[in-house]
Design a protein around this ligand. Structure first.
Ligand code: PGA
Ligand code: ZN
Length: 429
């Protein structure tokens, strides 16, 4: 049984406060911490921050911690940690508001994840196995990693509007090999960038991708293509982009120069222009996935683009991991994959429900980090347990990012002969 829960404030990878929990049972203590992203809107669960501008610029989370140490502890101590849905429901019941703002989704998720780890220990099974059993009927599978190798948008201080260029070692035979392929490409890319832009071009964004000043996404894709060719892996490595188009949508136009002060407004594109650009990119580069190609409220063009069937179309800001938005997007065939950010939901049980919805619709599912991360590697186990097929957790660089990739190495080692790497079945549909 759960005997004690202690919450504390720690820092995330950006140096901003976040929530950590130690949850105790007769089996030991289990730690979890939660990530945080750029707030993307009204459909996601609310993280509770103190808002006192004099302390951590308003970002401290002491109220969330207090809720853990008082209300949540009171409700959960004495419960069986294997009963994940009952634990999560008990916390949901403590909130009078729909979006978890009262207790704080950050407080709830930290406890929910810690309980999940405790549940696995109680059952004496690995965490990914416990998650797989909670979900039912999945065969633990190592996901294809989408490594961010070039960062732009709101994740980096360069002038690239598009947020990320990623590489997917789909042709690897094992996760371990995928990680090696990703790391080697990353370091070849560093050399390519150094030759063209000097040392300064090798500075990295918040998720570890390089952030040279690029005048277009094509320029960035060209660098990555060159790096891949230097590795000799050829077609075994595919590419993906996260456009995060909501960030630079102005009315009905997209400002691809929004970060270049003296050029902003000169490179406005309509949604139809964007579709044409994506068609060209998919023809010229081995792009297999595009995330958030349009503004998050543009239901029409994302559908139009998905129907072309050029690549996987991922809804991140578009769906916000929200159950009802995902359901609507499935009904309207708006995109073809869900990006799952557990902190936009707030409990493990509800995260499993959204994944189930997406999988039943034969969508792809991508386990995702947030820009503000911690060393917690829960999403690695989650991606394996739910056989998602894909994980996106930044560059193969920086502690908080590689914490997840390193955990996947350990899981693959533990599974031994039983280990399955998603590889060509990365979309798991
Ligand atoms: P975020 O970024 O955490 O800043 O929302 C992640 C993503 O866009 O995929
Ligand atoms: Zn995104």
């Amino acid at each position: 049984v759960i005997t004690k829960i202690i919450g504390r404030q720690i820092l995330d990878s950006r140096g901003i406060p976040t929530v950590e929990v130690d949850l105790f049972t007769n089996k030991g203590s289990f730690r979890a911490s939660v990530p945080s992203g750029h707030v993307s809107g009204m459909y996601e669960a609310v993280e509770l921050r103190d808002g006192d501008k004099g302390i951590y610029l308003g970002n401290s989370v002491t109220r969330a911690i207090k809720n853990i140490n008082e209300k949540i502890s009171e409700a959960l101590v004495g419960m069986d940690p294997t009963l994940q849905s009952q634990i999560d429901q008990a916390m949901i019941d403590l909130n009078k508001t729909e979006k978890k703002g009262e207790l704080g989704a950050n407080a709830m998720l930290a406890v929910s994840i810690a309980a999940c780890k405790a549940g696995a220990a109680e059952r004496e099974v690995p965490l990914y196995k416990h998650i797989s059993d909670l979900f039912g009927k999945t065969n633990p599978t190592l996901p294809v990693p989408a490594f961010t190798v070039i960062s732009g948008g709101k994740h980096a201080g360069n002038n690239l509007a598009i947020q990320e260029i990623m590489i997917l070692p789909i042709g690897a035979n094992r996760f371990e090999e995928a990680l090696q392929m990703g790391s080697e490409t990353y370091h070849h890319l560093k050399a390519v960038i150094k030759e063209k832009y000097g040392e300064q071009g090798c500075n990295v964004g918040e998720d570890g991708g390089f952030s040279p000043n690029l005048s277009s996404v094509q320029e960035g894709l060209g660098l990555v293509k060159e790096a891949i060719s230097r590795t000799g892996y050829g077609e075994r490595i595919k590419m993906a982009i996260d456009v995060a188009a909501t960030t630079f949508c102005k009315g009905t136009k997209y400002d691809l120069d929004y970060k270049s002060q003296n050029k902003s407004g000169q490179n406005f594109k309509s949604a139809d222009d964007m579709i044409n650009m994506y068609k060209e990119l998919c023809a010229e580069y081995p792009i297999v996935s595009i995330e958030d190609p349009f503004d998050r409220e543009d239901w029409e063009h994302i559908k139009q683009f998905s129907e072309l069937g050029l690549c996987q179309v991922v809804g991140d800001d578009f769906l916000m991991s929200n159950y009802n938005r995902t359901k609507r997007a499935i009904n309207e065939s708006s995109c073809t994959a869900l990006l799952l950010k557990v902190n936009q939901i707030g409990t493990v049980t509800e995260a499993l429900e959204v994944v189930k919805l997406a999988k039943d619709a034969h969508w792809g599912v991508v386990a995702s980090h947030r820009i503000g991360e911690t060393e917690d590697s829960f999403i690695a186990d989650l991606s394996v347990g739910l056989a998602m097929g894909q994980i996106k957790t930044g560059a193969p660089c920086r502690g908080e990012r590689v914490a997840k990739y390193n955990q996947l190495l350990r899981i693959e080692e533990e599974l031994g002969d039983q280990a399955v790497y998603a590889g060509e079945d990365w979309r798991a549909t």
